[in-house]
Design a binder for this molecule. Structure first.
Ligand SMILES: Cc1cc2nc3c(=O)[nH]c(=O)nc-3n(C[C@H](O)[C@H](O)[C@H](O)COP(=O)(O)OP(=O)(O)OC[C@H]3O[C@@H](n4cnc5c(N)ncnc54)[C@H](O)[C@@H]3O)c2cc1C
Length: 395
């Protein structure tokens, strides 16, 4: 524990997570890595992990199936492993190759195989996916915060450039359409920022045991919603920011293309957009929608009538959609992304309203403008899952 709690570079340890395998990525229940126990009781892992970032780390949490256990996700167990023996990498951990990635080049991601690596079970020898969930809450929140950070950087570069670059006789920032484009991005960013840090705040309260029951339920729902929405938004915003630089945005030595390359990963790792949309549906089992309604009702106190009406209308539409499709698994899944995005946007709008109310009392009208613009972009992303059309289109 001291290594994981340390903030001292000389003593802290980095931990990876080894879940994804060639056949079992999103479908982690297909994990093939086996945990075998020696005669002396030591567990050892045997198998191949297809994506392992932080491969230079000193430890990892790994999913594996105890020898003789049944198929499926419930039988998987969670293990703690250490990768180093002093200054040497343990011989039972073999790095097969480093991935040649689109982005995140500072972070080596490897394919590895485990040839009897010593391991220690965490908790019971089953339900490893459930046991790794608290870690996923943290890494998904981290993903959300980083997605927002990438947006902030892209936006601040684009805004700065707009004050320097002249076109058609004036700086870009004075061209009405360019200014509108930047302001649109700013409003979306502020919504994402508000949701990201509400999730971080809730996570803190839950971890410190100070959260109310409805806040724990809310965190379970907002974590995947925030991750999936901000991951997609970061790609969109970084792409738009590159375009704000014109041709220069496409040229490597400006450093800008890296923003877009790195942003693409936010939608992929820690669960893809679709996989987290389905997870959001699963998260609705324990009164989460009621908790969400209560929270939104509380947050939107500072909203004007039109904004509050738009939020409540989108939330009602989402609930009606859910009621309508709840009994039809295929259409429920087909529309899960639209449903999740609608909930995420409603939450972000309500949080912007909270900020707008607070700032207006202090004479700052800016957050109200962010709220108005965000709502103008629409909250409702619900789709009618026409299964037949999908089949026709893919036929
Ligand atoms: C740079 C990088 C670093 C990574 N580092 C790690 C790491 O350190 N540790 C680790 O364990 N993993 C890591 N990963 C793996 C990552 O988490 C997985 O790639 C990701 O979860 C998706 O799994 P998959 O690749 O098997 O894709 P698949 O599961 O095959 O998904 C392919 C597509 O199908 C969609 N899909 C899958 N199932 C469904 C469904 N039921 N309904 C609708 N759509 C569906 C997905 O959304 C996706 O679009 C890393 C990935 C990258 C890119």
């Amino acid at each position: 524990m001291p290594h994981f709690l340390s903030r001292d570079a000389a003593s802290f340890w980095l931990s990876g997570q080894w879940m994804t395998e060639t056949i079992g990525g999103s479908d982690v229940g297909a994990t093939e890595t086996i945990a075998k126990q020696d005669a002396d009781g030591q567990w050892r892992l045997h198998g191949r992990k297809w994506f392992s970032s932080a491969v230079v780390g000193e430890a990892a949490l790994a999913l594996a199936r105890p020898e003789g256990a049944t198929d499926g996700p419930a039988a998987l167990a969670l293990f703690y492993v250490e990768t180093m023996d002093g200054r040497q990498r343990r011989p039972e951990l073999v790095i097969d190759r480093l991935k040649d990635k689109l982005g995140t080049h500072e972070l080596p991601t490897a394919e590895i195989h485990l040839d009897g690596l010593p391991a220690w079970p965490l908790g019971e020898l089953a339900h490893g996916v459930r046991q790794v969930a608290p870690m996923l809450n943290i890494t998904r929140t981290w993903n959300t915060v980083c997605a927002v950070a990438s947006m902030a950087r892209a936006l601040s570069l684009a805004r700065d450039y707009a004050t320097r670059r002249q076109a058609f006789g004036r700086p870009l920032i004075e061209q009405p359409l360019h200014a509108r484009t930047l302001a649109d991005m700013q409003a979306e960013f502020e919504g994402a920022f508000a949701l990201a840090f509400e999730v971080a705040h809730l996570l803190g309260r839950v971890e410190h045991g100070t959260a109310a029951a409805h806040e724990a339920a809310l965190l379970r729902l907002l974590t995947p919603l925030a991750k999936l929405w901000t991951g997609k938004l970061a790609v969109k915003l970084c792409s738009e920011a590159l375009e704000c630089f014109g041709g220069a945005g496409y040229i490597e030595d400006t450093g800008l293309p890296q923003l877009l390359r790195d942003a693409q990963v936010y939608a992929l790792w820690e669960g893809t957009t679709n996989v987290l949309s389905l997870d959001s549906l699963r998260a609705l089992g324990g009164g989460q929608l009621t908790a969400l309604r209560t929270a939104i009702g509380h947050w939107l106190g500072g909203a004007d009538g039109r904004s509050a009406g738009a939020m409540l209308a989108a939330l009602d539409a989402a609930e009606t959609w859910l009621d309508h499709h709840a009994a039809h698994r295929e259409s429920l899944e087909a529309g899960a992304r639209g449903f999740a995005l609608t909930l995420a946007r409603c939450c972000a709008a309500a949080l912007l309203a909270r900020q707008a109310g607070w700032s207006a009392q202090r004479g700052d009208p800016r957050p109200t403008a962010a709220l108005r613009r965000f709502i103008d972009h629409g909250l409702d992303r619900l789709v009618s899952p026409e299964i037949d059309d999908t089949a026709l289109l893919l036929g």
